[in-house]
Design a protein around this ligand. Structure first.
Ligand SMILES: Nc1ncnc2c1ncn2[C@@H]1O[C@H](COP(=O)(O)OP(=O)(O)OP(=O)(O)O)[C@@H](O)[C@H]1O
Length: 597
């Protein structure tokens, strides 16, 4: 078979147009069926459609169409190269120097196009992945934050592990896997059709045990690869679970390392290195045990795949040898046969060799859709509906339970007006912090009515001070944002809480929670209240790390600076009584009493 190189340009464009249309016509129903009737197809649609749907813009779909065109072009180039090899080797066999030089000229054109095509494919593919990844990152992060899902997923029956990994790694793996597997499959199928056609033209009959088999090459390659694929699927199946476990165990190990870094000082004080080492080692061992299982399974899987590929190298030569030596076909035909056989073999084998990649891809789909589903379930958990009402805290018939059903507090009813103060007391574990969680709308095991200011008009200072990543100015203003224009007000409140020495470091970006002592962090939290001037502040043991003198100074400051702010405090010290008019006493069994403090 030889090609007329003078008409190849026009012929290639016509081929490209036809192949593009045929591929689209075949692809659309296949994708639709997969997204309806397969689990991975449904998961893919759940993750991909929000980005790809034309209602949001045509750019992603048009980029996919362009990538499809490039993939088809690349198949066309392989076909042209295969004809080039045929002509070239036949010219060598015929000692035809004119054709030899002509074909070298053709090669330089083909090679230039090939290089340009490869670079363009790379660039467009990467640009597509980066844009899609950014969009997904934004979507999943917002979904995680929406409705306090990042906090409330802990109350689900099945808690999703390592959301950080799902956002950071799985999105990238999903985007890359979707592109490479999709275009890999499309290229494989189109190559299969093209090179089967070439092989059809090149193959002759084969006589086995007296029986003539027409077009034997085609029959051999298809039978060979289909049987090999079935065996490979069986060998590769356990890889799905092993890959899933690998991701999970790696993330668990990473989390243990991160935690050690986070609590470095506590561990160092306890001299708990040996215990930590055991924990780290046990998590690492689980990871390694799974890795060994993965290695042995991959040895079997890859060993089989490599053997199948190697054995296929010699087939076409053996089958064509009689026709070549009898002079029925030329050297170029033999070379092209071997290439076409290799291409058909590769294309058919795509589904076998990609089984591993597909297994990982499915694990990624599971992790990402599991994450989104958990967020949705967390948002659907019950919570007290908070009604916004300025300058009042009105609680009626509030019932708070532990997750195991034990009632901590029943029928709580009280109301507060601007400037009023309430101190919540009770034994440890009686539900004081949980009551605040319920009043914040975070606790799922609560019912009743709450009316209060919302948004930045209500501030909750939790037992453990929290400082966000960023500058000291950001930490002080949290959750509001402050700019340099607010510096004079920030400096005033810093001096008021005896942190004036920090006023020169407002722009310093560092991990402030490691630098400031707990007492200083608690003072910073008071500065936050003074800066944000809420109508209502909840202080959960907010002065537990300060001495009584400083506690007195901080509470006095709140009363004088924010006389209208309603204060709800939790605390064990009797020194707090003086700053609160009413005391709510809990017994942790459901009963409660309101007394003058
Ligand atoms: N996420 C949770 N899952 C299960 N039980 C919880 C959870 N959070 C709190 N509890 C339980 O609810 C009960 C009340 O806890 P809470 O933190 O409200 O007590 P507290 O009165 O604030 O205690 P302390 O004075 O020691 O801070 C405790 O028995 C605690 O173990």
């Amino acid at each position: 078979m030889s090609a007329d190189w003078n008409i190849q340009l026009a012929a290639s464009f016509i081929w490209l147009g036809k192949a593009f249309l045929i591929t689209l016509v075949c692809l659309v129903p296949v994708l639709w069926l997969a997204s309806r009737f397969t689990r991975w197809g449904r998961q893919f649609r759940q993750l991909a459609w929000p980005y790809l749907r034309p209602g949001r813009g045509w750019k992603p779909l048009l980029t996919i169409a362009l990538m499809l065109l490039l993939a088809l072009f690349s198949v066309r180039m392989s076909v042209l190269f295969s004809f080039w090899y045929n002509g070239f080797y036949s010219a060598l066999q015929d000692l035809n120097i004119g054709t030899f030089w002509f074909l070298l000229g053709v090669f330089s054109v083909l090679a230039t196009i090939h290089v340009a095509l490869a670079l363009l494919t790379y660039y467009i593919g990467q640009a597509f992945e980066i844009r899609w990844r950014s969009w997904l990152n934004d979507w999943l992060t917002q979904d995680w934050l929406a409705g306090d899902a990042y906090y409330r997923t802990q109350f689900l029956d099945v808690v999703v592990d390592n959301p950080d990994q799902r956002i950071e790694r799985d999105i990238a793996a999903f985007v890359n896997g979707s592109r490479t597997l999709f275009f890999g499959a499309v290229s494989a199928l189109v190559s299969l059709v093209e090179f089967t056609e070439i092989l059809w033209g090149l193959s002759g009959p084969l006589t086995i045990a007296g029986v003539d088999i027409p077009r034997a090459m085609i029959l051999i390659v298809y039978l060979y690869v289909i049987i090999a694929t079935l065996i490979a699927f069986k060998l590769g199946h356990p890889l799905i679970r092993l890959n899933f476990m690998n991701e999970k165990l790696s993330a668990n190990f990473r989390y243990a390392l991160m935690r050690l870094r986070e609590y470095a000082e506590n561990v160092a004080f306890y001299q708990g290195g040996a215990v930590e080492n055991r924990t780290l080692w046990s998590r690492f061992s689980a990871l390694i045990a799974n890795l060994w299982a993965l290695v042995f399974r991959t040895l079997k899987f890859d060993g089989f795949n490599l053997a199948v590929t190697q054995a296929a190298v010699v087939f076409p030569f053996i089958v064509q040898a009689p026709r070549f030596f009898s002079g029925a076909i030329k050297l170029g035909d033999v070379i092209q046969t071997s290439q076409a056989f290799g291409q058909v073999q590769d294309s058919l084998s795509f589904f076998r060799t990609s089984y591993d990649a597909f297994a990982q891809y499915r694990a990624t789909l599971d992790r990402l859709t599991g994450f989104l589903d958990a967020n949705t379930q967390a948002r659907a958990l019950p919570a007290i509906a908070i009604e916004t009402r300025a300058n009042t805290l009105d609680v009626a018939g509030l019932r708070v339970q532990r997750p195991d059903g034990k009632v901590l507090l029943d029928g709580l009813t009280f109301a507060m007006q601007p400037g009023q103060t309430l101190l919540i007391k009770g034994p440890s574990g009686s539900g004081k912090t949980t009551l605040l969680r319920a009043l914040a709308g975070l606790w799922p095991h609560a019912e009743g009515q709450v009316r209060r200011p919302t948004g930045t008009q209500a501030l909750f200072l939790s037992q453990r001070p929290y400082l966000p990543l960023g500058s000291l100015r950001d930490a002080l203003a949290y959750p509001a944002t402050a700019s340099a224009a607010d510096d004079s007000r920030i400096n005033t409140v810093l001096h008021q809480v005896s942190l004036g020495h920090l006023s020169a470091r407002l722009d310093d970006v560092t991990d402030w929670s490691r630098i400031l002592s707990i007492g200083e962090q608690q003072r910073l939290a008071f500065a936050r209240v003074l800066f944000n001037r809420p109508q209502l502040a909840f202080l959960d043991e907010a002065t537990s790390a300060t001495d009584e003198g400083l506690e007195h100074a901080l509470y006095s400051l709140l009363r004088t600076e924010l006389p209208d702010c309603m204060l709800v405090s939790i605390g064990h010290r009797s020194t707090l009584d003086a700053f609160h008019a009413v005391c709510l006493q809990l017994d942790g069994q459901g009963a409660w009493h309101l007394n003058p403090s």
